[in-house]
Ligand binder design. Structure first.
Ligand code: SF4
Length: 493
């Protein structure tokens, strides 16, 4: 423990240590070398905050311990004062035991004077990975002389239906399941303290544990130190993670060193194409696949979101709905785009459905890239629409065709880097890049949408977001138009 510090281990540090001692060491000593969170992680963090805010509403008498964790002494004093005042419920109560500092999401006083320790989770069930998290809090709080009667995980109830959010949460008592970690807490703390006393980072090979139970933020740093090439065995599509690491351990990290018998024909093609630096195209197979596409062709892309706290009527936690689309089609030899972006907190489904039905005619195939997500969005819209609109939406869903399986089965370019995502295929084949876009992927679009709905978002920022979102979704359909033209050209070659 550094001189003057109240604690040297937090709950997060212990959880990281349980995953990998190298992660713990860097997290405590060289945190700045972690990779900053990407759009997907930021979206998850924001969603977690929304769920926690909803959880707190279930305890209207709750008192927030406002001091941040880097003011641990103040947080501890405020916690003790709130308990001494006889407060019923505390949010972010702080406890210290044997140099371990924790914050508890919700602490609720029982009639007996004992306490319920509640951990809020942004999911619809208790997972095994949640248990050490709660167990460390339990061990610390009890060690700090708190009389904890039981520990509960407060998670979302997938049966809950908007607008009645009274049963949004379920409380699951996990106390009996914490015994194993409880018993080992003291030993873990001692072990991790020894790790932190080392002058050098502990040795640990990369492996499956780097993504379980959580994705390690030092993966980039570890990969660099292992000199893993930009395209390696780790880029082979649909190859089991276990086999990838096994190959790595045997020194077969270069694609050219992978034994052929381990690979499926698709994986073999990716490896051969990359090693030889040669594009693979099966012209006849492409011609057969796109022969079923019927004119006039439409090109469709939705942006969807699946909020854990349901936002509109009839939705359960995690139900997806579209908030934006782009449709392109050919009108008198000109490609025309029709786009829709929902920009206010009202239910987007009626207006979006109306705009979509106006944009797509009653005949012709609708080209997508990964049909299942567009189909899911159309069926979600149909479930909330009037009968005639639902019929038309289902008809549109039945006319979807998919360019992704054609690419996967019949095309490979070394620049794909093992990925068939449109964001990798479009730059490689069409020179259409995504990396310069302000909103450049689905998660960034979701964050932008939520920001657009916020009262705190200034008008100028809204305008910037709006343009960026329209540009991003529009680029996906532009890529689809150009990819289809490329496929037709290949089929005729
Ligand atoms: S990437 Fe893996 S090996 Fe490296 S610190 Fe993280 S968990 Fe440990």
């Amino acid at each position: 423990m550094t001189k003057g510090a109240l604690f040297d281990l937090s709950k997060s540090s212990i959880l990281y240590g349980m995953q990998c001692e190298k992660r713990l060491y860097w997290h405590v000593k060289e945190r700045a070398s972690a990779t900053p969170p990407d759009a997907a992680t930021l979206a998850l963090m924001e969603e977690g905050k929304t769920v926690e805010a909803e959880a707190r509403k279930r305890f209207p008498q709750g008192v927030l311990i406002t001091a941040p964790s880097y003011h641990s002494a103040e947080a501890l004093i405020l916690t003790q004062a709130a308990m001494a005042r006889g407060e019923q419920t505390l949010f972010q109560a702080a406890f210290l035991h044997e140099g371990v500092f924790v914050r508890v999401d919700i602490l609720d006083r029982l009639p007996s004077g004992e306490w319920r320790l509640i951990e809020v989770k942004a999911g619809t069930r208790v997972q095994r990975k949640h248990l050490p998290d709660v167990a460390i809090q339990y061990w610390t709080a009890r060690g700090a002389d708190l009389r904890v009667k039981r520990c509960e995980v407060m998670h979302l109830n997938k049966e809950c239906i908007h607008p009645n959010l009274d049963d949004l949460f379920v409380f699951t008592d996990v106390t009996p399941r914490l015994a194993d970690v409880q018993k080992t807490c003291s030993a873990l703390v001692k072990r991790f303290r020894n790790v932190l006393a080392l002058n050098e980072v502990p040795a640990r090979d990369m492996g499956r544990h780097c993504r379980h139970p959580t994705a390690c933020t030092f993966e980039e740093r570890c990969r660099k130190s292992l000199a893993i090439p930009t395209v390696s065995v780790f880029n082979i599509p649909k190859l089991e993670t276990r086999i990838k690491w096994e190959l790595h351990r045997k020194g077969h990290v270069q694609l050219s060193a992978v034994p052929a018998e381990l690979l499926t024909p698709l994986q073999r093609r990716m490896v051969d194409s990359t090693v030889m630096g040669k594009r693979f195209v099966n012209h006849n197979a492409i011609a057969r696949a796109i022969a079923a596409w019927k004119a006039p062709l439409y090109y469709l892309d939705f942006e969807t979101i699946s909020p854990l706290v349901p936002m509109y009527a009839g939705m359960h936690p995690g139900d997806a709905f579209p908030f934006q689309f782009s449709v392109r089609t050919l009108v008198s030899d000109q490609v025309v785009e029709k786009a829709y972006l929902h920009e206010d907190p009202s239910d987007p489904r009626p207006a979006l459905t109306q705009a979509l039905l106006a944009a797509i005619g009653s005949i012709g195939s609708i080209v997508t890239y990964n049909r299942s997500s567009e189909k899911g969005a159309l069926l979600a819209l149909a479930n909330s629409a009037t009968k005639p609109a639902a019929l038309r939406l289902r008809d549109i869903a039945s006319r979807l065709v998919d360019a992704l399986p054609i690419m996967r089965a019949h095309v490979y370019d070394p620049a794909f880097g093992g990925s068939f995502s449109l964001k990798d295929v479009a730059p490689a084949l069409l020179g259409l890049a995504y990396d310069h876009l302000m909103v450049g992927d689905g998660q960034a679009a979701q964050r932008a949408f939520m920001r657009l709905l916020s009262d705190e978002c200034p008008a100028e920022e809204k305008q910037t977001l709006r343009s960026a979102m329209l540009r991003y979704c529009g680029q996906d359909t532009e890529a689809l138009v150009r990819l289809s033209a490329w496929l037709f050209a290949q089929s005729a070659a």
